[in-house]
Design a protein around this ligand. Sequence first.
Ligand SMILES: [Mn+2]
Length: 354
Amino acid sequence: MSYEIYLMKKNKIFDPNAAAKKNSGIFGLPFNIKDAKCILIPVPWEATTSYGGCTSGGPRAVLKASHQVDLYDLELKDFYKSGIYMLKESPLIEKWNIVAQREAKKVIRSSAHLKQPSLKKALNKVNKHSNKLNSWVYTETRHYLDSEKVVGIIGGDHSVPLGAIKAVSEKFSSFGILHFDAHLDTRKAFEGFTYSHASIFYNVLTQIPQVTKLVQVGIRDFCAEELNFCRSLGERANIFFDLELQKKKFEGITWKEITKDIILHLPPCIWISFDIDCLDPRLCPNTGTPVPGGLDFNEAIYLISELVRAGKQIIGFDLCEVAPGKNSEWDANVGARLLFKLCGYSLLSAARQR
Ligand SMILES: [Mn+2]
């Protein structure tokens, strides 16, 4: 059904040039679940956040800021007509997050050994709730993939996409992950938490063999253990360190050439995992673990657009670690604009497969 017929049938009047209505959906769009091609799943979860907090407020802040985004895109035109819908936040996640965060704090604050019985108990509780969360994300994602939707996950901290990547791995027998981040996120059970935000790609690579390639971009803060783990994977993991990317630029290599090189390492189907702290922290000052340096907004977008231009299919994505500032909408504003582009390029590449 075309967008125009859809609006007529639903008796909806929608002016894409007008300001978004209060309490309207993501980007102010008029769609429901059934009619949207792209479903966004909010996961307000930050149980194991170790430094700055508040990423559980990310989905809500992004939704609010999304009303400021103008719908026409110079490159993607009026792609929003394919329909984007963001689910309501689940009260279950909110409940689990409160319990898990409370127990995790006991572990993070204590200097005692993790084998101490009271800490072990707290740790087990956190891991148990993380398991519940992962199953929830898996089930939801699987459901929408079965309905032929493009799925995007909105974090929360960077532990949240594991279940979604598992669901995708049941549909795609072999795919790569393009990982935007300041951090490698390949620690084994960081601070004792199996499903820590700093362990997402350790878990993905050890649990999901369908992920044949991990390409990490913007990396500039990591420990030797993480690096050794990545290096032990050989050709399965490629790291594009921020320092090396910037050096190339200083020495006159263009971003176009650099992106070409990054894309060469990727297989035909790709999940994009975007930790907003990959960007220059001027664009995300309130994120949990900001690090100087990083990609500029348009560098990231250009890489994603070139990826699609190169014929790759984006099979889903996550956007994590957007933390609303106490007195500023800036992080959420950047997050919402990034989300708009992620939806657009994912929908464009999906439409091409049909
Ligand atoms: Mn991360």
